[in-house]
Write a protein that binds this ligand. Sequence first.
Ligand SMILES: COc1ccc2nc(C(=O)O)sc2c1
Length: 229
Amino acid sequence: MRIDVLTIFPSFFDVLEVSLLGKARGAGLLDVRVHDLRDWTHDRHRTVDDTPYGGGAGMVMKPEPWGEALDAVTEGSERPVIVFPSPAGEVFSQRTARALVETDHLVFGCGRYEGIDERVFAYAATLGEVRLMSLGDYVLNGGEVAAMAMIEAVGRLIPGVVGNPESLVEESHEDGLLEYPSYTKPSSWRGYEVPPILLSGNHGAIADWRRAQQIVRTRERRPDLMPGE
Ligand SMILES: COc1ccc2nc(C(=O)O)sc2c1
């Protein structure tokens, strides 16, 4: 999978060098290219924003640099998916990550200021599939944090990136429920005991207990995820 990131803060993504995804890049499983949007400006101040038509507070990102940048990073790409992190977008979920990991070429366009000139999204749709996505019902200062989270959520699903693929299966949201509680040695710690069932060696009973814990936790913490409730 190839991922291109367009941002005015490219150093923000330096962390991708050291994380699990850094190893994935080194192993050739993931090709992440981070670009400074200002490289597609042509004035001395490398201007990427201007005042909004119709008035209002803040600044809007100019369409010209975005158009040239999107042309450059999608050149030769058959059908990229172009994700614009946006508080006005669909909410990103594990299901979204599962769908996006099947994509050969992902482009993340990180907005700042009050957002990107709307015409950029229309133009981008001539280059690929456009998805505006939010991490949730709150607002960040820009798209970089959201893009980083989405890149990690998608990147870790690429076969070979996470050491033991089994560990992906029993995670929260993978089966629609929150994950069960985990414990390790010592079995007794500051008066807190590991649930005895987990020490029983009865794998069938342990699986049943874990499923029951998932249901209890999901009902308590995320009733909206409960199937049929
Ligand atoms: C201007 O670009 C932005 C601004 C806020 C923001 N908030 C997001 C979120 O997912 O909450 S994505 C995003 C992009």
